[in-house]
Ligand binder design. Sequence first.
Ligand SMILES: [Zn+2]
Ligand SMILES: [Zn+2]
Length: 540
Amino acid sequence: MKCPNCSGTLVFDIKEQNLKCRHCSQTFDVKDFKVDASAEELVFEDARFYTCKSCGAQLISGDDRAVEYCTYCGSQAILESNLSGIKNPKYIIPFKITKTKCKDIYRRQLKSKLYIPKEFKDPDFIDRFRPFYIPYWMYQIGFNIDPIDVKGHKYYTRAGYDYSETYDVSVAMSYKGIEGLPHDASRNFDDSIAEKIAPFKRNELRRYNPAFLAGMYADSPNVDPEIYREEVLDEATDAAVQSIRDNVGTDIHLNLPRNRKMRKILDTRYEGNSAVFLPVWFLTWKKNDRVAYAIVNGQTGKIHIDLPTDMNRFMLYTLAAAAVLFVLLSLFVTVTSRFVLWFAALLTYLVGIRYRKELKEIRDRENHVFDKGYLLKDEKELPMSERRRNWERKKSRLGFFRVNRIVLAVFGSILAFLLFVIMGAMYDELVTQRGAIAMTSIVLFLEIFSFLRTFPVAVYLKKKRSLLFAFLGLLAIGYSFWVAAEEPVQDWWYYLGALATLAASSIMCADMIARYNETATRPLPSFYERKGGNDSAKEI
Ligand SMILES: [Zn+2]
Ligand SMILES: [Zn+2]
């Protein structure tokens, strides 16, 4: 896109929400601007070629790209063939978050993270944030607005008595249809990422104009819109049910049928779809064949960062913490081997619980539990699916703990340390052999129960290794129980037990980090190599 004044390159200026010439700084209204950036294209034996309008170079283009930059002169071309027919975007939400703002949000988010790879905080790396327009399908859904008759209950307490009243209620949808149930339309873009930076506010949807793409990257929709059909109908029905409940108010509980039946009653209809472009800032970190993303919602600034753990850093900090703890312990406490054995078993049990939670998270992720699209109910926002909403609500209620988690961690460590000192000092005095057996058997019992719950998850995931590690934990605690019961005279039986349990929990911890890094990174996508846009700019 060329400046009419000086034929410099035009880019979309986020701060001014207008086209701006990089050379003479003149601005142009996007609305009035006729874009003539579409390139001449040619498809030949599966390869797609286009001719650069500025320099005439013949270039190869990717299948799913809507925008290309010339390798020779840097000119931007819009590949209309990838944006025609149903792929033609109807709306676009222009970028609102500038690159500077985006980088600020990113840096703030990373402040308290200790174990991430060093590059994450490198200014040159952070400068590589790229503005992408991600294609989404927006679905039009229709409803029947005739009233339906259902039963409603009202519960209240008066003068110490509980009352329950039943009503026949006639309810109706207040709107005929929803336009816009967005679902990720790009194969390159993981659905679960889309979910993490949702929602986009739909009141800023603008009619699509290629001028918005000036200086940005964009993919063309390459996912069949039909694949979301059932999901979209379910979501629309959920949203409709929610709006009916909202209209009735909170003191009357409605007996509404389940989703599929409700869908029939409301006659939820699929009325078509259209492509929209939504703005996302992308930063890609690559190691070997895996990548991690930082993505920032280009409209709202909501951020998600894949945070792999740097194993070396993790080891370093953990060893340092262990050394400090060791010095403190040897200064203040004399613990006996019996206590060490019991305490190590307890720790292993606790690590086992965390381990199961990690495995469960992987299972949920594979099942896309949190991967349901968000949807559009009213004019203002694209709300999330109900399950997601509940989850988010729960999370925000826990917000206090998240904000203060450093304080909590410090407080927790001090408390744990005190507990260790006090218990260690009293253990041998207070706990008889029978008491020790009882205490160890409690841990063993809990561990067996815990293992039985881990078992199906590990089997489901087909992770033999995880099953083995969890079983090692169980074995080690079993051994501790045996030692406690037999009470051998030599200390080394006890220390062997403590070592075995701690070894089992270390293995589980290491595996957790490895698994975590696997889920925090992704396979290499095609757009990693994209370049040529307005990249060098520190601010757009
Ligand atoms: Zn100019
Ligand atoms: Zn060129």
